[in-house]
Design a protein. Structure first.
Ligand code: BGC
Length: 409
């Protein structure tokens, strides 16, 4: 038996996002889910459109206490969730006090259970009024976003010390809405992709400054941003390796490279290896690995080590804000978590300042364009009855959370 101990004070938890778990949202995603074009497309693919409508999701908007009881039972001491902008500001400039009171209760519920809240301010969804104004292509988008952020932070500041402005905005969101357009998209194309990224960068910087202002030095607050990073392997071919490293740099570091004064920590979401650009595949230095079939992603635990090492050059603390597997049978989840945690531990030994690990996700949830198919949860959801059932692997993860160490044979 070998024990890999994590640093004292290391945070252990899990993550969710509003639209994926709350239920009954009314935003640009729900509009898209129900649009005739989307339904026709799904039917053409032979799919049942009702599996792709978020609807009640996990009904966590009402059941969050039950969910946090489970997180506590599983020895978690941090939880990442997101605030649904469309609930807070359903109409432009009109803030809903009931909605903010809900999130105040939610934060309190976490604190009462000894769980630190990590709050994401934007996780892929927008109010309808904002989308109708062109969304992130509108040059005023940064100001709209910052006004919402100020309202939220003013009302939650006493109990929250960890904020994330954007989730995967530059990679996954910009790519899926503006390049491949497999997500709700208005205004597709490379120019719009770049325009969107520029506006989101500005929005982040404005929001970062605003949050710092709200706390006005009196509190300890850390404001970060979360990005999705993939590991891209080198090949024996010099040019292929050059191209792949360039791709890795542009994809993984776009934001972090240019904006170092404007984030206090990095949120890393890591799921898989990516072999793009495809050129050079024959001489690849990393063998093929097992696939996460529900997402068609190639699992490569060592990749998280390389990604962490790469990110350490920015000299900021790192939280792993997402890492997880869609595995309805729960056959691979324990191995997946332990495999990745070994490489996180190794990165820490090699000097990377990793502060916490948040498994994606606490619950099975609405997986965006994939609908309710993929099952990422430590907890299984029966979508007909909304019953929660803790999966066996969750108890294995709970042991790690409790002892602050990974034990392997
Ligand atoms: C997102 C989550 C999503 C997960 C699995 C990340 O890209 O932040 O919302 O559920 O990956 O696909």
């Amino acid at each position: 038996m070998v024990n890999y101990r994590f640093p004292d004070g290391f945070k252990w938890g899990s993550a969710t996002s509003a639209h994926q778990v709350e239920g009954d949202n009314h935003n640009d995603w729900t509009e898209w889910e129900k649009s005739s074009a989307r339904i026709a497309q799904l039917k053409k693919e032979g799919k049942d459109p009702s599996d792709f409508i978020s609807g009640k999701a996990c009904n966590s908007y009402n059941r969050y206490e039950e969910d946090f009881d489970i997180a506590k039972k599983l020895n978690q001491n941090i939880h990442r969730f997101s605030i649904e902008w469309s609930r807070i500001e359903p109409e432009e400039g009109k803030f809903d006090f009931e909605a903010i009171k809900h999130y105040q209760r939610l934060v309190k519920a976490l604190r009462d259970r000894g769980i630190e809240p990590m709050v994401t301010l934007w996780h892929f969804t927008n109010p309808i009024w904002f989308a109708e104004k062109g969304g992130w292509l509108n040059t005023k988008a940064p100001e709209y976003f910052t006004r919402y952020v100020k309202y939220v932070v003013d009302n939650l500041k006493d109990r929250v010390g960890l904020w994330i402005t954007f989730n995967e905005a530059f990679t996954v969101y910009a790519g899926y809405t503006k390049l491949s357009a497999i997500w709700p998209s208005r205004g597709r194309g490379v120019l719009n992709f770049l325009r969107m990224r520029r506006n989101i960068t500005r929005a982040h910087i404005l929001a970062y400054r605003e949050i710092k202002k709200v706390y006005s030095m009196s509190h300890n607050v850390m404001v970060g941003i979360t990005e999705n990073n993939v590991y891209v392997p080198d090949t024996k071919n010099f040019w292929a390796t050059w191209l792949r490293r360039l791709y890795r740099k542009l994809r993984n570091f776009y934001f972090f490279d240019r904006n170092t004064p404007h984030y206090d920590f990095i949120g890393l979401n890591y799921y898989h290896i990516s072999r793009k650009p495809f050129f050079g595949e024959k001489g690849e230095l990393v063998q093929r690995h097992e696939f996460m079939k529900e997402m068609n992603w190639e699992i490569y635990p060592e990749g998280i080590y390389h990604v962490l090492k790469d990110l350490s050059k920015f000299k900021k603390p790192i939280f792993i804000t997402e890492n997880g597997i869609a595995d309805r049978t729960d056959q691979l989840r324990e191995k997946f978590i332990k495999g990745h945690l070994y490489w996180v531990w190794k990165a820490i030994q090699d000097g990377v300042d990793v502060r916490g690990y948040l498994y994606w996700s606490l619950l099975d949830n609405f997986e965006w364009a994939h609908g309710f198919g993929p099952r990422f949860g430590l907890v299984e959801i029966n979508y007909a009855t909304l019953e929660r059932k803790i999966r066996p692997s969750a108890y294995e993860y709970a042991k790690i959370c409790l002892t602050n160490q990974l034990e392997t044979d």
